[in-house]
Design a protein around this ligand. Structure first.
Ligand code: NI
Ligand code: MN
Length: 225
C-alpha cells in the first residue's frame, strides 16, 4: 500500500486497484505541491466532515473519475443532489465494500458546509477506520481528544493520521494522548502549519510520542507499507 500525504488532512491511498483520496483539499491548499491533475484515476473519496478544507475538490474529482464518495448521510445527500455518487454511512457504522471495510468513527468538531446560500447542515463530523488488503488505517478527521479513541485500540490500527495543529483540533499535547489511546503501529501527524491558526512543530510531536512510530511527511511525500 502507498500512503501519500498531499498536505493538511488530505491523503492518497493506493493498494492494487484501490485508489482512494481522504479529505481531498488540493486546490487552494497552501501547502499542496500536487494538483488534481496529478491523480489520473480515483476510485473512492472519503470525506470526514463538511468544512471546506476537507470537502475540498470532492465534487469535481468524484464527477471526473466516477469515484464513489463515502461520507456521512447529510454530506452524502448534499453531494448526491449535485450528481455525485455517494454512499451514506454514520458514526459507528461499519460496512464491507469491494475494496475492504470502512467504519465511521466519532469526532468532536463541526461539519457545516459553506455554500453560496449560507451554511448547510453537514451532520456529525467523523473519522474513518479503513481496512484495505489487510492494512488498517485510521484518519481521525478534525477532532478534539475523546475517551472514545480508547475503543480504537481494538481495531489494530497500522497507520493513524492524527491532527496536531490545535485551535480547531487537538494540539500536540492532546494528540500525544490520542496516540496512547489508539495504539497505532505508525502515526502521521496532519492538520498543522497550513494556516496561521494551526502552527505546530511536528518534531515535538515525534519526540513526545512513545510506543508508536511517528512518520513526518512533507506534502507530496509517501510511504509504502
Ligand atoms: Ni473542520
Ligand atoms: Mn479542518
Amino acid at each position: 500500500m502507498k500512503i501519500q500525504f498531499i498536505g493538511h488532512s488530505a491523503f492518497y491511498i493506493e493498494s492494487n486497484g484501490f485508489k482512494g483520496l481522504i479529505d481531498p483539499f488540493i486546490t487552494g491548499n497552501p501547502l499542496a505541491t500536487l494538483t488534481v491533475d496529478d491523480f489520473p484515476e480515483i476510485t473512492h473519496i472519503f470525506v470526514t466532515h463538511g468544512h471546506g478544507d476537507h470537502l475540498g475538490d470532492t465534487v469535481e474529482l468524484a464527477k471526473k473519475h466516477q469515484a464513489l464518495v463515502i461520507t456521512n448521510f447529510e454530506i452524502a445527500t448534499f453531494l448526491g443532489a449535485q450528481g455525485v455518487q455517494a454512499h451514506p454511512m454514520h458514526i459507528g457504522g461499519r460496512k464491507t465494500f469491494d475494496f475492504g471495510t470502512v467504519k465511521l468513527t466519532p469526532a468532536l468538531h463541526g461539519s457545516g458546509i459553506h455554500t453560496d446560500h449560507g451554511i448547510v447542515d453537514g451532520g456529525n463530523p467523523g473519522g474513518f477506520v479503513i481496512t484495505v488488503d489487510g492494512i488498517t488505517l485510521y484518519h481521525a478527521g478534525d477532532t478534539g481528544l475523546t475517551m472514545d479513541m480508547k475503543l480504537l485500540a481494538d481495531e489494530n490500527i497500522d497507520v493513524a493520521m492524527i491532527p496536531i495543529g490545535g485551535n480547531f483540533t487537538m494540539d500536540i499535547r492532546d494528540a500525544v494522548k490520542a496516540v496512547e489511546f489508539v495504539q497505532p503501529k505508525k502515526v502521521i501527524p496532519m492538520h498543522y502549519n497550513t494556516f496561521g491558526l494551526i502552527q505546530a512543530d511536528p518534531e515535538v510531536f515525534k519526540r513526545e510520542v512513545k510506543n508508536s512510530e511517528v512518520i513526518l511527511l512533507h506534502p507530496g511525500e509517501s510511504i509504502s507499507i
